[in-house]
Design a protein around this ligand. Structure first.
Ligand code: GLY
Ligand code: MN
Ligand code: MN
Length: 464
């Protein structure tokens, strides 16, 4: 850990302390270790809130921050035998120097120390409804404090949710975070390139290609470049499988003449990337595949133009829907005689048959990152809009205004399940194109474009 990073986390802790105010105390545990089966655990992944404030990835750790800016870490104690089995531990003796926290104790001392730390505070802040058993644990400490009321202890009178405060802080990414996210996206882009080239190469060599072969290529590239793990379960969907939105890389046969949809991104140093490319297995788009691909790409371009400071989070989605709706009429996915004009298609949500998800989400430490999608300063002001997914009317909760430093995905798609009236040439085609965008002072920066996206570039790449 570099000194610069130690400072960065200290600055975040100070910013949090200022937001909760003197008289408050915040308690932030890292994630639980999760049993997979019998005596095997899932690979441990720290809690994102905890890591944001501590920069520390060991399990069984807690951070306590008081409103006056004092930070205490509880972490696993040094243990010669356990370290032989599980690996080195930082230990509380080294933690202040290594992490920049003011004090550190063994996590075995939590129950003994917390009542005293809570004593005399007005409010206790912790992330609500995120850690199983956390409320019970805090109740226990408060009970311990109250049990000593005749000694003059004072228990906090308020419990407050820390998520909202931290979500707002995490929503706008600082330059360090943006830099890590650029690197994560670059690795993921390389993985997509590798999967595309390998797919065409194997088919050319007459080899059988399965979805898991391409999944293996992605993972190889992620790990080869230092990514700790995929940011989410990779989707590798051959042919009709692409029409299943949450399909996972399975054993489907990748056939020449079909499309492959790959939605995969690595996590690097705590930050996610999230890229989707759809490409022809043999490297050449058929006519109908190309028609729909160009349409999705045009809709993405419209969304990219709509992604800029001052715009609403929903603007890119609205831009996508208008382009897709017009395109669906033009290519015959929707019958003009029945569906009417582009405005009718939008008003009646006829496009929903082929485009049934939102155009993006925040991305950061979590692939679907935290942050409210409603503009906080305008909640309650008179307004009306329609939710893209449900069609419900949302009153007095305008969509979030984009600001420089926010990072979001832009991921339109078209999924054509066979149905009456749908031209057969398009049946079972599923296409999504997804990039990660940092909102800048004037527009947005696409950080995932090291993998080609145009038809000509994809075909050229897969020939090489
Ligand atoms: N890969 C998950 C998503 O695109 O949101
Ligand atoms: Mn996404
Ligand atoms: Mn994705």
């Amino acid at each position: 850990m570099t000194l610069a990073n130690t400072k960065l986390y200290a600055q975040r802790r100070a910013a949090l302390a200022q937001r909760i105010g003197v008289g408050s105390i915040a308690i932030i545990p890292t994630a639980h270790e999760q049993q997979r089966n019998r005596d095997s655990d899932f690979l441990f992944r720290h809690d994102s809130y905890f890591y944001y404030l501590a920069g520390f990835t060991e399990p069984k750790a807690w951070l306590v921050i008081t409103g006056d800016g004092h930070s205490t870490l509880f972490c696993q104690p040094k243990d010669r035998e356990r370290e032989i089995w599980d690996g080195l531990r930082l230990g509380p003796e080294e933690a202040p120097q290594a992490l920049g926290v003011d004090e550190a104790f063994s996590s075995a001392e939590l129950d003994a120390k917390l009542p005293a730390l809570l004593d005399g505070r007005e409010s206790v802040w912790y992330p609500f409804a995120t850690h199983k058993g956390l409320e019970t644990r805090i109740d226990g400490w408060l009970c311990g404090l109250r049990a000593r009321v005749r000694y003059g202890t004072l228990a906090p009178e308020q419990q407050r949710d820390l998520c909202g405060v931290l979500d707002e802080m995490r929503l706008v990414k600082d330059t360090h975070e943006q830099d890590v996210m650029r690197r994560a996206a670059k690795i993921s882009a390389g993985a997509h390139v590798r999967a595309m080239q390998r797919c065409a190469g194997m088919l050319r060599a007459g080899l059988e290609v399965r979805e898991y072969h391409l999944d293996a290529e992605l993972l190889h590239e992620f790990r080869q470049h230092g990514s700790q793990y995929p940011a989410y379960g990779s989707i590798v969907a051959a042919g009709a499988n692409a029409c299943v939105l949450h399909y996972r890389a399975d054993a489907g046969r990748v056939q020449s003449g079909e499309l492959v949809l790959v939605d995969a991104g690595c996590e690097l140093d705590g930050y996610a990337s999230d890229i989707t490319r759809t490409f022809p297995a043999n490297g050449v788009f058929t006519g109908p595949q190309r028609t729909l691909y160009e349409l999705v790409l045009a809709s993405q371009a419209a969304a990219v133009s709509a992604t800029k400071p001052g715009a609403r989070f929903t603007d890119p989605h609205d831009a996508v829907v208008r382009v897709l709706a017009q395109g669906m009429l033009d290519v015959g996915l929707l019958d003009k005689n029945k569906a009417g004009s582009v405005d009718d298609v939008i008003e009646k949500r006829a496009y929903f048959q082929f485009y049934m998800h939102r155009t993006g989400h925040w991305i950061g430490m979590d692939v679907h990152d935290c942050g409210v999608y409603t503009e906080p300063s305008e909640i309650g002001q008179v307004s009306e809009r329609r939710d893209a997914l449900t069609g419900d009317t949302i009153r007095d909760r305008p969509a979030r205004i984009l600001r420089a430093g926010m990072v979001l995905t832009i991921e339109p798609g078209i999924y054509v399940r066979p149905a009456e009236g749908v031209p057969e040439a398009f049946h079972n085609i599923g296409i999504r194109i997804e990039d990660d965008a940092i909102v800048t002072a004037t527009g947005c920066e696409l950080i995932s474009r090291d993998v080609p996206v145009s038809v000509a570039e994809i075909e050229a790449l897969m020939r090489s």
